[in-house]
Design a protein around this ligand. Structure first.
Ligand code: SF4
Length: 412
């Protein structure tokens, strides 16, 4: 059952609260890090991808806005920073502090919302690979059961000046390229395999594996690189030791049959993400994808996967909050009819402004998303990837509560 809370005098549930936590960010008191960092996985380094766990188990990304803002300046153009400045005028994050009884408490405007928990302590971020590459900054733990590589190689679209407007790592690559600066070192296949081995076999905290790299302009996309990577991970960590699934995010190749090698190398699902459904906004928000890899290639790849490998094997992330709810849900339903999973990643407006806007929609928007997606998932038998849930994606949380959400709609 979804846990209920009070927020500014209204009833909200854990999915509403996740949307608030992720899209507004949180001001974290220093003593939260010092008191709980000894026993739990919470770290002041913004690269460690902290999360909170709500009382019903819902996981939400914990972005400490003060630390984050210091860090993001490198990813922003002057113009974006000015837009962010306008946004900060009317923006108020949630607060996380220690209660008198010694529990971490989430509040807003001085009113308690709920106690929260953190994942168990881990030594993951203190590790280095045998080549000396630190885990931190190259891989993250998401929630309680997922090890993820968020950007295993630089995005060529971003380096060419066509980064997606919402994409934080793309923004960094674009700025580095403009300043003629090199990208930081990237993990080799062996590095990545050792990181997975540690998470899966040493600490037992990686049931699910997510691999993402930047988009490439190669017609083969990254299929050959990912296949080699999966083979190396298999030889070092053993893909059979993962209790969950391997989810690969990749650029769609010019010939969708090239995706076969990724499945043959051990992927359970492959995502070729459209990010926005609205055709008017796509060229503005995702200029490189529209210009170079094209929406048609995305559709061809997704349909090919669904046809060859069955329902729920092809996925597309959508950054939820950028386009109208109706447009997003129309996209989700169109894809679902072919057995393709629309994943819903909550837009973090204090990451980068989009179309001059740095303000997330209100709760009504996210409520329509949750009811609409619950309906679509149920109607078409769609099952989003992941186990306990991811930090920023809300699709699996909605799926877990889909019957309850649909009953709420019927009762209303
Ligand atoms: S193509 Fe992918 S990595 Fe590149 S800017 Fe867009 S979302 Fe970011």
């Amino acid at each position: 059952m979804l846990q209920k809370y009070q927020f500014e005098g209204t009833d909200i549930d854990s999915l509403d609260l996740k949307a608030l936590i992720v899209t507004r960010g949180v001001k974290v008191k220093d003593d939260v890090y010092t008191e709980f960092g000894q026993r739990f996985r919470i770290n002041p380094n913004p690269l460690t991808c902290n999360c909170v766990i709500l009382p019903d188990g819902t996981i939400a990304q914990l972005t400490d806005v003060a630390l984050h803002l210091r860090y993001i300046k490198q990813a922003m153009s002057l113009e974006s920073l000015k837009q962010m400045g306008t946004f900060f005028g009317g923006w108020k994050p949630l607060d996380l502090k220690m209660s008198e009884s010694g529990e971490p408490v989430l509040s807003y405007n001085g009113e308690k919302i709920t106690d929260v928990r953190f994942p168990p302590k881990s030594d993951f971020y203190n590790q280095k690979t045998s080549s000396g590459l630190p885990f931190v900054g190259n891989a993250v733990l998401q929630g309680t059961d997922c090890v993820a590589f968020q950007s295993l190689w630089p995005c060529e679209l971003a380096r060419a000046g066509y980064s997606c407007q919402f994409c934080y790592t793309g923004g960094i690559s674009e700025q580095l390229a403009k300043k003629h600066k090199p990208e930081p070192p990237i993990p080799s296949a062996r590095d990545a395999a050792e990181i997975v081995d540690y998470a899966v076999n040493k600490e037992n905290i990686g049931d699910y594996l997510q691999i993402t790299g930047g988009s490439t302009m190669n017609p083969q996309a990254e299929c050959h690189i990912i296949s080699e990577l999966l083979r190396e991970i298999d030889s070092v960590a053993g893909l059979r030791n993962l209790k969950g699934e391997v989810l690969i995010f990749t650029t769609p190749p010019s010939d969708p049959r090239m995706l076969d090698q990724i499945f043959h190398a051990g992927a359970d699902r492959v995502a070729c993400s459209l990010e926005v459904w609205d055709e008017k906004f796509a060229p503005i928000i995702t200029p490189g994808k529209v210009k170079f890899t094209t929406r048609k290639r995305h559709f061809d790849a997704l349909k090919y996967i669904a046809k060859e490998y069955g329902p729920n094997k092809a996925c597309s992330t959508f950054v939820v909050g950028l386009e109208s709810v109706d447009s997003f849900l129309q996209g989700a339903e169109t894809l679902a009819q072919d057995g393709i999973v629309a994943m819903a990643s909550l837009w973090i407006p204090f990451g980068r402004p989009v179309m001059g806007n740095a303000k997330a929609p209100g709760l009504d928007y996210y409520r329509k998303v949750k009811y609409g997606l619950a309906e679509i998932y149920e109607k078409y038998g769609i099952v989003p990837p992941g186990g306990a849930g991811f930090n920023v994606d809300i699709d699996k949380d909605i799926w877990r509560h889909r019957s309850e959400l649909r009953n709420m709609v019927v009762a209303a």
